[in-house]
Design a protein around this ligand. Structure first.
Ligand code: NAD
Length: 350
């Protein structure tokens, strides 16, 4: 396949640190240049040997550029993306794709009227912890999923840049929530019927510096998503309860542990003596009634995202991150904000 010519908008953490670096070693894209609104970031690019367009208009006017990746703060995604699509470019937008569903619809409309590929860098679909959860569910080894718990915990507070400021699209629901909601909706591919969300404001009053979100699905399955930036002892990354066992991933670098139930009989029960009395109900199981094993980490290459976008541009593959998926995740984000404001659960059909 012929390489696709790429230009990157925003030469910051993600633009310079991921997209440009990736493009320089990519087998599917060829980096033509970057544009950043700040002259010092353009100068930094040139010092690194990367051509910097003097204006965004100059980048869009360059007919060599097929594909534009937009890696700038969240509040300006919509206008910059629509401008690129209207200039006839294909576009990858960083996550969260937009601030709300109306903005996202404007972007989708622009892609459709120009017949261009438009997608979002949902790169955490390639995280091995998420892929392991998907593998456990898909294999059916421990039965149907009942509940997925997905947590990301740090202890450094929210970053002190634009992520702490509401008008720029700051807050952890936009920042990490968008990834974990996307993953949860792929793990439980059903209509979302209920949303209940609470925000933390421990290090930042203006935006959520953490949140707890429960999503209920049509069949009664639930996903619990928690992001915290003030957790000095992190909880496990993933916990999955299925009809016939459980799975746990303690940390995103660790393998998935699975415990599968072999027998329901109670011959093995040794009551647990606690300070206040005995319990048989909560007695742990042993190897007579359960199988315990660890899964190897699934193979993953995050560069498959760009490979897919380029093949979609060439008409060889459908895009992996679809408009419909982006819209559903954005609807969950909107309903989560509504739930926080109302202080109660919201019924929905997403
Ligand atoms: P950043 O602040 O490090 O960099 C943003 C850059 O964009 C800055 O250099 C800024 O000068 C430039 N900029 C701002 N407005 C611009 C405009 N209108 N035109 C051109 N340049 C402009 O931010 P970041 O961490 O790189 O985040 C950028 C985007 O990437 C955000 O949407 C963020 O959520 C996303 N992101 C995604 C991941 C991921 O894993 N997918 C990780 C980090 C950030």
């Amino acid at each position: 396949m012929k390489k696709i010519n790429l230009a990157v908008v925003g030469y910051g953490g993600m633009g310079a640190g991921f997209h440009v670096r990736h493009a320089l070693t990519s087998d599917v894209v060829n980096l033509v240049g970057i544009y950043d609104i700040l002259p010092e970031r353009r100068a930094a690019a040139e010092e690194n040997g990367v051509y910097a367009y003097p204006t965004y208009e100059a980048l869009l006017a360059d007919e060599r550029v097929d594909l534009v990746t937009v890696a700038i703060p969240n509040d300006v995604h919509r206008d910059v993306v629509v401008q690129a699509l209207d200039a006839g470019k294909h576009v990858i937008c960083e996550k969260p794709v937009a601030m709300n569903c109306a903005e996202l619809q404007d972007m989708i409309d622009a892609a459709n009227r120009n017949g261009r590929i438009f997608t979002t860098h949902q790169n955490r679909r390639w995280d091995v912890d998420y892929l392991a959860m998907q593998q456990v569910i898909d294999s059916g080894e421990i039965g149907d999923a009942i509940r997925v718990e997905s947590r990301i915990h740090g202890s450094r507070g929210i970053p002190s840049d634009w992520r702490g400021i509401a008008k720029f699209g700051g807050g952890m629901l936009y920042d990490w929530g968008i990834h974990l909601i996307d993953q949860a909706m792929l793990l439980i591919p059903e209509t979302v019927t209920g949303i209940y969300c609470c925000f933390d404001h421990i290090t930042n009053d203006e935006v959520d510096d953490g949140f707890q979100l429960t999503m209920t699905f049509e069949s009664g399955k639930t996903a619990y998503i928690e992001v915290g930036t003030y957790n000095f002892i992190p909880m496990p990354r993933f916990y999955l309860r299925c009809k016939n066992g459980s799975a746990l991933i303690t940390d995103w670098r660790e393998n998935c542990q699975v415990v599968k139930c072999k027998y329901w009989h109670e011959n093995d029960v040794l009551p647990v003596q606690t300070a206040a009395g005995l319990t048989k109900t909560m007695a742990p199981r042993d190897e007579i009634t359960t199988d315990s094993y660890e899964l190897d980490q699934p193979a993953s290459d995050v560069h498959d995202f760009y490979r897919n976008v380029c093949r979609a541009i060439a008409g060889e593959q459908p895009q992996i991150v679809t408009h419909q998926q982006l819209m559903r995740v954005m609807q969950v984000i909107e309903e989560s904000f509504r739930s926080v404001e109302a202080g109660q659960a919201i019924e929905c059909r997403i």
